[in-house]
Design a protein around this ligand. Structure first.
Ligand code: FES
Length: 101
């Protein structure tokens, strides 16, 4: 089972969760009652449709998640960033959340 270490850039909290192979990152983190979004973005987002860009995260290493999707190319995410709603997890990763204003 892949492990996700979730580091919240807004609060400084760090938590580790285990998820199923190929799990959707946004859904898995929210299922464990952890925050993906910064501030009011937790209420004002596209609910995982890949349109708003507010679920942006830093990911390390990128080899353990799926490649950038069409929506991520549209949002012009950085080389070590993903939209959590467009991310499937295939191995242990460390992510930094709550980075997008
Ligand atoms: S929740 Fe809007 S892009 Fe991911």
């Amino acid at each position: 089972m892949p492990k996700i270490t979730v580091e919240n850039a807004e609060t400084g909290e760090s938590n580790t969760i285990k998820v199923g192979y190929g799990a959707n990152l946004r859904q898995a983190v929210q299922y464990k009652d952890l925050e993906i979004y910064k501030g009011l973005n937790s209420m004002m987002n596209c609910r995982g449709l890949g349109l708003c860009g507010t679920c942006l995260i830093d990911v390390e290493p990128m080899e353990n998640v799926d490649p950038h999707s069409f929506f991520e190319k549209l949002q012009k995410v950085g080389p070590n960033q993903k939209l959590s709603c467009r991310t499937k997890v295939y191995g242990d990763v460390v992510i930094k959340v709550a980075i997008k204003d």
